[in-house]
Design a binder for this molecule. Structure first.
Ligand SMILES: C[S@@+](CC[C@H](N)C(=O)[O-])C[C@H]1O[C@@H](n2cnc3c(N)ncnc32)[C@H](O)[C@@H]1O
Length: 249
């Protein structure tokens, strides 16, 4: 029996991040984004809402609701919900095809901005302009440690002083470097923590979740220059629910 959690549909990998993710996006974007939730559009959309709550739930009180950046946003499964909670929701992705589909999926959401990146840098994004940076189910697919490290450095550059970054990584004991674009390089939490601290972040907390992942919350030191007005969660919340159910019916 095919192991769907490995490489769904066993697409051959070239090792080039853009080529491989473009191919996956063309074949079945939803399947490669959230395997197990992909076969029903409502379920897929609902999973985006759940992941958004999962990512923001424990940092919500500390979050400034100005500009958020999602690293590896795919077609916007999470980003579309972030757009209801932040003034601007930016997504970067190495795959042109994911971004093309994302633009289609999120047309009409005027505060969503999508950018194709080289998989290592946020070229074109200004220094210190984001309040929050999030990453979910992306670093685990990056084939080389040096690319992840570069993205973490770039996250520090584009984050405002006192901004928050939350990222998810797989829980492993030993490092495995230079794998593919599905099973990427993996390294233990201690190495992530060291790396993130060396870059200049403070670690706020690390959290082990039941699915065998670590979540790391870190903060760029510095003084908040202003407070952003909190968005109105009540109305937005019901719009979320409505959109989650209405999705492509
Ligand atoms: C499993 S999907 C997750 C998408 C999204 N985070 C979500 O959970 O809905 C992984 C995404 O990361 C993107 N990706 C892979 N390597 C990347 C890199 N080095 N830089 C930016 N995006 C990358 C892929 O194109 C894909 O859209």
């Amino acid at each position: 029996m095919k192991d769907e959690t490995k490489n769904p549909e066993n697409i051959e990998e070239t090792g080039d991040m853009r080529t491989d993710w473009d191919l996956r996006a063309k074949k079945n974007a939803e399947k490669y984004i959230a395997c197990g939730w992909h076969d029903d559009p409502k379920k897929f959309n609902w999973s985006g809402l759940e992941t958004t709550q999962y990512l923001l739930g424990d940092i919500w009180e500390a979050v400034e609701h100005g500009k958020v950046l999602e690293i590896g946003c795919g077609t916007g499964r999470i980003l579309k919900f972030l757009s209801y909670l932040f003034d601007e929701a930016h997504g970067v992705d190495v795959s042109e095809e994911m971004i093309r589909k994302g633009r289609e999926e999120m047309r009409g959401l005027d505060n969503v901005k999508l950018h194709v990146i080289d998989g290592q840098t946020f070229a074109g994004l200004d220094d210190e302009c984001f309040d929050v940076i999030l990453e979910f189910a992306v670093f685990q697919h990056i084939p080389k440690k040096k690319y992840v490290k570069s993205l973490l450095r770039e996250a520090y550059r584009v984050l405002k002083p006192s901004g928050l970054m939350k990222f998810q990584v797989q829980a492993v004991i030993r490092s495995t470097d230079e794998l593919g674009t599905w099973h990427g390089a993996r390294w233990p939490l201690s190495e992530y923590v060291r790396e993130v601290r060396e870059i200049g972040f403070h670690i706020v907390k690390t959290h082990f979740d039941l699915l065998n992942f670590w979540l790391v919350v870190s903060k760029k030191p510095g003084i908040k220059l202003h407070r952003t007005k909190r968005k109105i969660p009540i109305l937005k919340y019901w719009k979320w629910k409505f959109d989650a159910f209405r999705f492509r019916t």
